[in-house]
Write a protein that binds this ligand. Structure first.
Ligand code: URA
Length: 238
């Protein structure tokens, strides 16, 4: 396998970014800095990227979990907060990691894999995979604001792309809104509601492309079947 593909398969970055790492002299094979893109990695090669040993030959595995509130989706947190990797049992030997982020205060569907190409494909903004959230927000969102959210609102000085928005339940001083977005900007759903004057009290992701959270219990993880993996790739146009 060519070195760029190997680095991408290990989930470090895209093949193109891998070429940049090679150019910068950050890739070593068996202790020697690599200078060409054509190198074919062999089974027993020791590959390091920026001083870190990596493995691109692992069997590819795919999981989904129901992330609880109070966990970060980064593999290591600067404030030492609990991390979703704490839920990965001893039985999962592969080095899986989360595809994209969910905020510390957000719960719901998170995909994990050790297949770097798959993760890059389903998280790349250009592939515009839909993500559906259920938001409990303070106050009752007026119809005109639902329309604004649908058309796009200013978030971090840039208008958000068209979204699907549906007011599904109304209580005395709060309501439930289903919102489906194609982008994945930092804290996007929360910021979209702030832009129309509402604070998100609870946020849960329930669907990514064709994959639904279903009745997977909080903190539980399960394998994706090949059809689900294929459907996610198809949703990304692959
Ligand atoms: N939007 C948010 O505000 N938070 C998330 O975790 C995901 C989307």
């Amino acid at each position: 396998m060519r070195i760029q593909k190997y680095i991408a398969e290990a989930g470090i970055c895209s093949r193109r970014k891998a070429e940049e790492l090679i150019e910068k002299g950050l890739v070593k094979v068996n202790g020697e800095t690599l200078s060409e893109f054509g190198y074919q990695v062999q089974e027993n090669d020791r590959v390091e990227v920026d001083g870190q040993e990596i493995c691109g030959f692992e069997k590819k595995v795919y999981y989904m979990m129901n992330k609880p509130v109070g966990y970060v989706t980064t593999v290591k947190d600067q404030f030492d907060r609990p991390c979703v990797m704490d839920f990965i049992g001893e039985d999962i030997k592969e080095r899986i990691y989360p595809a994209g982020r969910l905020d510390y205060h957000t719960e719901g569907l998170l995909i994990l894999s050790n297949d770097g190409e798959f993760v890059n494909t389903i998280t790349h903004p250009k592939n515009e995979i839909e993500k559906k959230y259920i938001a409990v927000v303070n106050g009752i969102v007026k119809e005109e604001n639902i329309e604004k959210l649908k058309r796009g609102v200013m978030v971090d000085k840039k208008k958000t792309a068209p979204a699907k928005v549906f007011l599904s339940e109304i209580f005395k001083d709060k309501c439930v809104v289903e919102i489906t977005i194609r982008e994945g900007r930092n804290r996007q759903v929360r910021k979209m509601f702030e832009a129309v004057g509402h604070h998100v009290i609870e946020l849960k992701r329930v669907q990514i492309g064709p994959l639904e959270l279903g009745n997977l219990k909080l903190g539980r993880i399960r394998k994706l079947n090949p059809n689900e993996v294929q459907a996610l790739m198809s949703a990304a146009g692959k």
